[in-house]
Design a protein around this ligand. Structure first.
Ligand SMILES: [Zn+2]
Length: 468
């Protein structure tokens, strides 16, 4: 919600997969036969990246390194599976990635397999539902092992965690197995000054879209990202990440810590799911939820054009109290319900033009004026949830141009929405057991931060250390 359209567009761009259009690479050269076999095995284990072989009930291989017995030596497995026989010739290993509008069968055929062999081998993984051919994306890597023009084994790197290995048996049938990468969970901390946007800075340091979105939603109630982020403000994120045996991050997970240190505010949030309700949320160091009763601004991408307070009215010319906050925004920009509540009025209201007023709990009301039109189904009596679109920016009523005039009332009195001390969401202090749980989790996260921040403090403050 706090990201601009431009940032959303960027997110979309960066998530597209690049297609490798390079020619197939030949990794086995002709030479002394034993060396070739060793070379082949070497390249296969590089492809598989020290994986566990065969059926495994360990979902992502976490913690398997120490607990489970060593997997059978890869060489033995491969030799018995592919039944290399002396005199049959030298297997060629070719690999390439799927191009757009290419099928896997076409790719494997392009690598040198007979189309019927390619189709039969791939059929095994489709049949076992190890791969959905309709969901394939360009960039999927295939390794084909071909002996005397015949496909003997095929490895498909389905995703960051899974290799599908298909081998031809002596009888000519095909056997498929799923090989899961042995991933270890770890945490990664990034911290930096903000030059243009948090999105750009965080992406540059390796964080993913999801971490940035989580960060923005944790702060959505406190900070207006359009107006209150200044060059030189700093941010910090700690997020879960899974690394493979080579320490290469293969996927990132939850943002567990988010901190903003800026002109507008300095605050940090810890992700925590209290065991009593199991609902994960971001809590500050005192155990207060980041989620607030009302959003700070009920609109994205707008510019604050007139503040609450006494001013000369642009139309009447009289000086009087401006009871709300004006946000200039293009006509048609969606306006959100600042909090959960019931629509009290959604109709024309004199100089306010098209007007919506919402009644919230705790004697709060919010009002939205000069709308172009109302949101879907918005009328008196309708229950709305925080973030629902209740209307669109316009210039109806006594207005000099498209803007949202936004008012907050507490017990019937207009208050400055920008300076409002808002009631917060859950306070863990009210449930001492949950507060104790939170303190334990917070200590863990702080230990991670300290461990990764120690490097950070050394010579060049606020420069990101690489993943461990
Ligand atoms: Zn106004």
């Amino acid at each position: 919600m706090a990201l601009s359209e431009g940032e959303r567009a960027m997110m979309h761009d960066v998530s597209t997969i690049e297609t490798n259009t390079a020619e197939p690479s030949r990794t086995v050269s002709h030479g002394v036969k034993s060396l070739v076999v060793l070379g082949l095995l070497g390249s296969v284990s590089a492809v598989l990246g020290l994986v566990t072989i065969g059926p495994s009930n360990d979902p992502v291989g976490m913690g398997a390194a120490h607990a489970s017995p060593a997997p059978p030596p890869l060489a033995t497995t491969l030799l018995s599976a592919t039944e290399f026989e002396p005199g049959l010739g030298i297997p060629d290993h070719l690999s390439d990635t799927l191009k757009s509008r290419e099928t896997l069968t076409e790719l494997v055929t392009r690598l040198g397999a007979q189309p019927s062999d390619a189709a039969a081998a791939l059929h095994t993984i489709y049949e076992k539902e190890l791969l959905d051919p309709r969901r394939l994306r360009p960039g999927v890597k295939a390794d084909a092992f071909i002996t005397n023009g015949q496909l003997t084994a095929l490895n498909i790197k389905a995703d960051a965690e899974r290799n599908l290995f298909i081998t031809r048996s002596a009888s000519g049938g095909w056997t498929a197995s799923e090989l899961k990468a042995r991933l270890s969970p770890t945490y990664h901390r990034v911290a930096a000054p903000i030059e243009t946007s948090i999105y750009e800075a965080a992406r540059k340091l390796g964080a993913g879209d999801q971490q940035v979105v989580d960060f923005a939603s944790a702060f959505a109630y406190d900070v207006d990202f359009q107006r209150e982020i200044h060059p030189g403000d700093t941010f910090e994120m700690v997020y879960e990440t899974q690394v493979d045996e080579h320490g290469t991050p293969v996927k990132s997970g939850d943002l567990v810590y988010a901190k903003l240190n800026g002109r507008a505010l300095t605050r940090g949030f810890y992700r925590f799911a209290p065991s009593d309700d199991g609902v994960p949320d971001y809590f500050d160091e005192n155990g207060e939820s980041a989620t607030k009763f009302l959003m700070k601004t009920p609109i994205n991408g707008a510019r604050l054009s007139s503040s609450f307070g006494n001013r000369r009215h642009p139309i009447s010319g009289y000086t009087r109290l401006h009871k709300g906050t004006d946000f200039a925004a293009p006509s048609g920009t969606p306006i959100y319900a600042a909090g959960n509540g019931t629509v009290e009025r959604a109709s024309r209201y004199g100089g306010y033009g098209n007007y919506v007023r919402i009644k919230h709990a705790n004697n709060y009301k919010t009002a939205y004026a000069h709308m172009l039109r109302y949101g879907p189904g918005v009328r008196a009596g309708k229950r709305v949830r925080q973030g629902d679109v209740i209307g669109y920016v316009g210039s109806t009523g006594a207005s000099t141009g498209p803007h949202l005039h936004y008012e907050v009332y507490v017990k019937g009195k207009p208050v400055n929405a920008m300076k409002l001390k808002l009631p917060t969401g859950r306070k863990l202090a009210e449930t001492p057991d949950m507060l104790a749980e939170f303190e334990a989790r917070k200590a863990e996260i702080d230990a991670i931060r300290t461990a990764q921040g120690a490097q950070l403090m050394a010579a060049t403050p606020l420069v990101n250390p690489r993943s461990p």
